[in-house]
Design a protein around this ligand. Structure first.
Ligand code: SAM
Length: 243
């Protein structure tokens, strides 16, 4: 399994990803705003629009971390809907739960510690399943996509928001400079953790590009798969439907 520039054993990748998110959990929201200059809010807003959750729907947010997407889903699903915020990391999930409670979102949200590769839910449970900036951290991505399809009801949608491959000429060079100098600098000087932010840059570079991910979603059994590039393809939102 690739972990940055090294190749490490499968379980070792999961352990190291766990250590990264244990370490960044306290600074996660501040760093998100600094690193993306606030643009991650617009990416998430677009994702929420594309997911088009309606009142009364059941939604699962995988690798949900501090709960930005889950907050939007809960507002849209309303009192008759249900949102499950889920993550593999207890520290990230605890931050997410605290944030939603502080925002007064308590009636229609539940929390679940779960690995996206093996979900503890029955088939066809959810109207919509999302994973935002989480898939690249998952060791077995095909397994996670297959699980997303399995727990999504027929006709329901699976949404993947993730860093992708810049599609505008020249942007990839600028983006590399940003990723391998600005991000580690922010990690060192703001979060006091350069290594985790180097992992972030490397995991982004190694993540499948738009067309590869669309093909992986099809292979997982999803249908009508497509994507939207955001910010010149730095980020892409993929959507597929459960057949
Ligand atoms: N979705 C949130 C957002 O968009 O701000 C958080 C994204 S954060 C960059 C990535 C999250 O993926 C972390 O909270 C991490 O614990 C979680 N994660 C990593 N591997 C996972 C796995 N195998 N299953 C579920 N969550 C995982």
């Amino acid at each position: 399994i690739d972990f940055g520039y090294e190749r490490v054993a499968r379980g070792e990748k999961q352990r190291r990803v766990g250590a990264v998110f244990d370490s960044v959990a306290d600074n996660y929201d501040l760093m998100n705003d600094l690193m993306s200059m606030g643009i991650h809010r617009a990416w998430k807003h677009f994702t929420l629009e594309l997911a088009a959750v309606r009142p009364g729907e059941r939604v699962l947010d995988l690798a949900g971390g501090t709960g930005d997407l889950a907050t939007g889903f809960a507002r849209r699903a309303g009192p008759d809907g249900r949102v499950l915020l889920s993550d593999i990391n207890p520290a990230m999930l605890a931050h997410g739960r605290d944030r939603l409670i502080d925002a007064g979102i308590v009636d229609n949200v539940d929390y679940c510690l779960a690995n996206a590769e093996r979900l503890p839910f029955a088939d066809d449970t959810f109207d919509c399943v999302s994973i935002g900036f989480g898939l690249r951290n998952v060791t077995d991505k095909p397994a996670a996509l297959a699980e997303m399809r399995r727990v999504t009801r027929p006709g329901g949608r699976a949404i993947v928001l993730e860093f992708s491959k810049p599609a505008v000429p020249g942007l990839d060079k600028l983006y590399d400079i940003y990723s391998f100098s600005v991000l580690p600098w922010l990690g060192r000087n703001v979060a006091g953790d350069e290594a985790s932010y180097r992992y972030l840059a490397e995991s982004i570079r190694m993540h499948p590009d738009q067309d590869t991910l669309r093909e992986m979603m099809r292979t997982a059994g999803l249908v009508r798969c497509g994507y939207h590039n955001l910010t010149g393809g730095i980020v892409a939102v993929h959507r597929g439907y459960s057949p």
